[in-house]
Design a protein around this ligand. Structure first.
Ligand code: BGN
Length: 401
């Protein structure tokens, strides 16, 4: 019995030792787990953070390249420019936020998350905005209008038409224009006409839902006026001002005001004489081949004929020369079938000094076409300034090109 009890006491002591060992082992394991576990965690985290930092720049670069790719395939040129700007802004934000909060992995990942959302939001707002519908070829509510020839102050007119962008540029806000048209206006000493012209032409053109720009090309100095050479300068300089270039050119005298909005300022397949019926000529076409006043030509037509001649100093003949150039290059002059659409009012002015050499010059047009025009154009650009309702191009064209 004592043995038994002894035995019981011994085995009880042995049992409690085992329990103690077990407890110690558990404690040791817990301590090891605590120690090594946190070391492991910390090193894993460190390596993650390292990875994150090392790959951060290339990661963003990839993402934003992708963003650019996305926009390239889904947006037109204008939107593309906009989205590139958006991406640039985001790039700047990345740098700022990343340097400020680089010390905590948590915050870094939050920034990344936030930027991802921002980028996606931008992309979604860019890509899901439905593209504007094409403007109508000829809006339905166009018709005859009156011309107000009363004197106006240029400063006053410049306060009007807030829809027009600086430089006299306009694009319809609610539809995508079908036509990109530069209106080229040769000019010298006619501020009165300029005010009345701008006051009339802007509402007229906006109504037609075209994208356009008004370029006033001023001859510098006192040499005889050279309308044709100024047109060439206007063509070259206005093209420099427009990303992607203008497709259609309307060469426009400053003293002519269109009287019917159905006279569309587009370029048809063949060159078009626009100002067929002028009040000063009792709304009668002076002669069949007249191409003066207001005329429309595409970039292709104008460059094929080498632009206007540069040789017509003084009034008259340069438009007849253009008519001959067009014929020589197998184009033919067109007008509206319904000529009443092509009515214009002319502003009063002193008669200009005629060019006595014009008859002689007209005899050589087809011979010298290739060596007289855009290919030989020489001028000194004095200045280009953007006013609210027009871009002013001042050029010294005195060189006898
Ligand atoms: C013509 C002029 C044109 C002018 C129209 C209308 C000439 C060349 C002589 C044959 N042509 O007489 O330049 O646009 O009148 O004014 O002078």
């Amino acid at each position: 019995m004592p043995n038994v009890s002894m035995g019981t006491a011994n085995s009880g002591w042995r049992g409690s030792r085992v329990v103690r060992y077990l407890l110690l082992l558990v404690l040791a394991l817990v301590a090891m787990e605590y120690l090594f576990g946190s070391i492991l965690d910390a090193s894993v985290l460190r390596s993650i953070r390292h990875l994150h930092n090392d790959s951060q720049s290339s990661f963003y670069a990839m993402r934003f390249n992708w963003a650019k790719q996305m926009t390239k395939t889904t947006q037109d040129k204008n939107n593309e420019a906009e989205s590139v700007t958006v991406n640039k802004t985001i790039d700047i934000n990345i740098d700022n936020e990343a340097t400020e909060k680089d010390n905590t992995i948590y915050l870094a990942s939050r920034i990344e998350e936030g930027l991802t959302n921002k980028t996606i939001e931008k992309l979604i707002s860019n890509t899901t905005e439905p593209p504007l519908p094409l403007c109508e070829e000829s809006p339905s509510d166009l018709g005859p209008i009156m011309a107000n020839k009363t004197e106006l102050q240029l400063d006053y007119v410049e306060t009007k038409y807030p829809e027009v962008d600086p430089g006299g540029l306009y694009a319809p806000p609610n539809c995508t224009a079908r036509h990109r048209v530069a209106i080229i206006v040769p000019y010298r000493d006619r501020e009165q006409h300029l005010a009345v012209f701008l006051n009339h032409i802007h509402p007229f053109l906006m109504k037609q839902q075209i994208e356009y720009g008004i370029f006033i090309v001023e001859q510098y100095g006192n040499k005889a006026f050279n309308r044709a050479k100024l047109m060439n300068v206007g063509f070259v300089e206005s093209q420099k001002q427009k990303a992607g270039g203008w497709q259609c050119f309307i060469f426009h005298d400053i003293d002519l005001l269109p009287l019917d909005q159905r006279n569309l300022y587009h370029c048809p397949e063949q060159p078009r004489h626009m100002s067929a019926l002028i009040d000063k000529f009792h709304y009668k076409l002076p002669y069949k081949d007249i191409f003066g006043g207001v005329s429309a030509m595409t970039v292709e037509q104008f460059t094929k004929v080498n632009g206007f001649s540069n040789k017509y100093w003084g009034w008259g003949g340069e438009d007849d020369d253009m008519f001959r150039r067009l014929n020589k290059m197998n184009y033919h002059l067109t007008r509206y079938d319904d000529l009443s659409i092509a009515k214009y009012a002319m502003l009063e002015h002193k008669p200009s000094v005629a060019n006595p050499k014009r008859y002689q010059l007209l005899t050589q047009t087809s011979k010298i076409l290739k060596s007289d025009g855009l290919s030989t154009l020489e001028y000194k650009l004095v200045k280009v300034t953007q006013h609210h309702l027009y871009t002013l191009i001042v050029a010294n064209i005195d060189e006898p090109s």
